[in-house]
Write a protein that binds this ligand. Structure first.
Ligand SMILES: [Zn+2]
Length: 154
């Protein structure tokens, strides 16, 4: 009954909708139960054409390491968009399309600054802000005579 697990590369080659439905199936039935008994999809929510495909993918997903599945979810699935879900906001990721950002020259401010960016995916532009924060007095500290203070000379 046990199927072969997927590698990350194999997963990325499968139709996203099939993987979505298969993940939902694994989530509902549980990987252990599927591993033991396989998948049976009742009802007419999914057409017969894709049922067999979803079953096959779900049975293999049940054997696939969680880290591979998480890598797929994070890198290859569309981010969830809903009124209650905050937009993805992380450094280096386009807040419009999730594409990769290309940075211009840093613009300094009092307590941090900005990097202007252009998205390599959709062409959107913006400025990414950052704050500076204290990390210690360990850089080139000198006494009044100009001699280095031990341990503070990074
Ligand atoms: Zn973009």
């Amino acid at each position: 009954m046990k199927k072969q697990q997927y590698s990350y590369e194999e997963l990325t080659k499968i139709d996203h909708m099939i993987v979505n439905l298969a993940l939902a199936t694994v989530h509902a039935a549980g990987a252990d139960a599927i591993s033991k008994n396989g998948v049976k999809i009742d009802g007419d929510f999914i057409t017969v054409d894709i049922k067999a495909e979803v079953v096959e993918v779900a049975e293999r997903l049940a054997e696939t390491p969680w880290t591979v599945i998480m890598a797929y979810i994070q890198r290859d699935m569309d981010p969830v968009k809903a009124p209650d879900v905050p937009e993805l906001d992380e450094a280096g990721v386009c807040p419009v399309c999730g594409g990769e950002l290309e940075y211009g020259d840093r613009e300094d401010m009092d307590e941090g600054g900005f990097y202007p960016w252009t998205c390599t995916g959709c062409g959107a532009t913006g400025r990414e802000g950052f704050d500076t924060c204290f990390d210690g007095h360990h850089y080139r500290v000198r006494d009044v005579a100009g001699d280095p203070i031990p341990g503070r000379n990074d």
